[in-house]
Design a binder for this molecule. Structure first.
Ligand code: SF4
Ligand code: SF4
Length: 467
């Protein structure tokens, strides 16, 4: 694809003026960055595949049990009531994205985004293996439907289906639990129709994305691609072309070298390797996913023509365009990192002060606030809700604390056993003498002590007749 017949400021490289799709057939490139990315990306993929199989304290290490609103992370169990932790986790993730984008540009896109990870390191290698290099793939796509084309396309999509099924099932294992997933797989689909349909749907999404839609997601749909320019500035590190060194570009003429010519020999390899089809020499563009393929491509050309590497490199716009050194400490870096530290500290504080038991006492509604048991004894009715957020059964003892002998707590079950991950409402009645009230009120403390020796105390106000 040539960049000369294209206005990169107003048009997408992969869409024609008439709105048709222009297919990208990127050339595979190897080099330092490709090797480094391969190590990082395969480590991430291994983590994704292995994580549901990790066992910690006898349970699946990561289990997002949505129907039971129970989320397990390496022995810590969280419930829907721990929503404030989710807020801090999301805040940390968002601020990390802001911080790293301001510092390192779209490093997420090129190195960790599932779109890049699976497309460039799973689906495209399979395509290369079956259909060949970019020229062979282009020819095959434009060729009529012969037996050979049907066989190649059929083999490719069959392999894609198997891979997509595996990736979709792995994702489901995080939610339904790996043992449940295996048992579902061994039973007929009709017995688990909803799970089966979700797997098919996820498979369909993966097939559509990695088999057909591909770079269009990054260039036309991804919201992050759109707001990253707000997060970055001219001191953010990104993949860029050095126009000072490269321009004026021109074809290599070994016999009559032009002394005024820059180092770019206009070979076009940086464009041919680009998975989004863009020309990095036009400067920072929304479509660039910072995959580093053009760095490796250009370095290989520089090696061949005996020029120093780095005509395309990781650098800042300030350095590439104005020769200035990179300023790391900038207002936005300071603001994002400070907010990130605050959010992380708040997450740690909330996590460490989180209690495994939640105790709530509310006055029973829809009744008189008090009732007279005898001439000088009053009763108040409350509802006590005990939530056991741990994974194990806990026994709770309920009693009054710091009240007189004549004040009594009455509840149908005491002590009460509560299963891990469940909660139980209990009616409690407190009987007390009218003589202990002051202006029709009296304060007492209800104490709940768990079998693991944690005590939870809640103050309640008792009401009775005013004398
Ligand atoms: S311009 Fe370079 S870094 Fe950006 S997407 Fe294309 S090949 Fe990757
Ligand atoms: S690969 Fe390097 S030399 Fe070739 S066109 Fe791109 S920038 Fe110029």
């Amino acid at each position: 694809m040539s960049s000369k017949d294209h206005d990169y400021r107003t048009e997408l490289y992969t869409i024609t003026k008439d709105g048709d799709r222009k297919w990208v057939y990127p050339t595979h490139v190897s080099g330092f960055w490709m090797r480094t990315r391969t190590v990082v990306v395969y480590a991430l993929m291994a983590l994704y595949v292995i994580a549901p199989w990790l066992v910690y304290e006898g349970h699946q290490a990561i289990h997002l049990d949505i129907p039971h609103r129970r989320f397990v992370f390496f022995g810590a169990t969280f419930w829907a009531t721990d929503l404030q932790l989710l807020f801090f986790v999301l805040a940390c993730l968002a601020l990390s994205l802001f911080f790293f984008t301001a510092l390192l540009g779209r490093v997420w896109c090129g190195w960790a985004c599932p779109e890049t990870v699976f497309l460039e390191f799973v689906y495209r290698p399979i395509e290369r293996l079956i259909e060949g290099g970019p020229v062979a793939r282009m020819k095959l796509d434009n060729a009529p439907w012969t037996t050979q084309k049907i066989l190649k396309k059929g083999t490719k999509y069959l392999t894609y289906i198997v891979i997509s099924w595996f990736l979709a099932s792995t994702l489901l294992a995080y939610f339904v639990g790996r043992e449940e997933l295996i048992s579902m797989m061994l039973r007929p689909p009709i017995e688990n129709l909803s799970t089966f349909c979700i797997t098919l749907f996820l498979m369909g999404v993966l097939l559509f994305q990695f088999g057909w839609f591909r770079e269009q997601f990054c260039t036309a749909l991804c919201p992050y691609a759109r707001f990253q320019s707000v997060l970055m500035d001219s001191n953010s590190i990104q993949v860029g072309y050095d126009p000072e060194r490269g321009e004026p570009r021109g074809k290599l003429n070994k016999k009559n070298p032009n002394p005024d010519q820059g180092d770019c020999i206009d070979c076009g390899l940086c464009v041919r390797v680009c998975p989004t089809g863009i020309d990095i020499r036009n400067g920072l563009q929304l479509e660039c996913i910072q995959c580093t393929a053009c760095i490796d491509a250009c370095d290989s050309i520089m090696d061949k023509i005996d020029k120093p590497r780095g005509l395309i490199r990781y650098d800042t716009e300030e350095s590439l365009l104005h020769g200035k050194s990179t300023r790391v400490l900038r207002p936005r870096i300071i603001v994002y990192s400070t907010l990130l530290v605050i959010a992380f500290a708040a997450l740690l504080y909330n996590f460490s002060s989180r209690q495994v038991t939640d105790v709530k006492i509310v006055r029973k509604s829809g009744e008189n606030v008090y009732s007279m048991i005898s001439k000088d004894t009053v009763a108040n009715h409350f509802s006590l809700r005990l939530s056991n957020k741990s994974d194990k059964e806990i026994l709770y003892h309920i009693k009054l604390k710091g009240s007189g002998r004549k004040t009594k707590l009455i509840t149908p079950i005491n002590p009460v056993k509560i299963e891990g991950g469940t909660s139980m409402p209990l009616p409690i009645f407190i009987h007390f003498p009218t003589s202990s009230m002051n202006s029709g009120k009296m304060s007492v403390s209800v104490s709940v002590t768990s079998s693991n020796n944690q005590e939870y105390t809640r103050d309640v106000t008792l009401l009775g007749p005013e004398k």
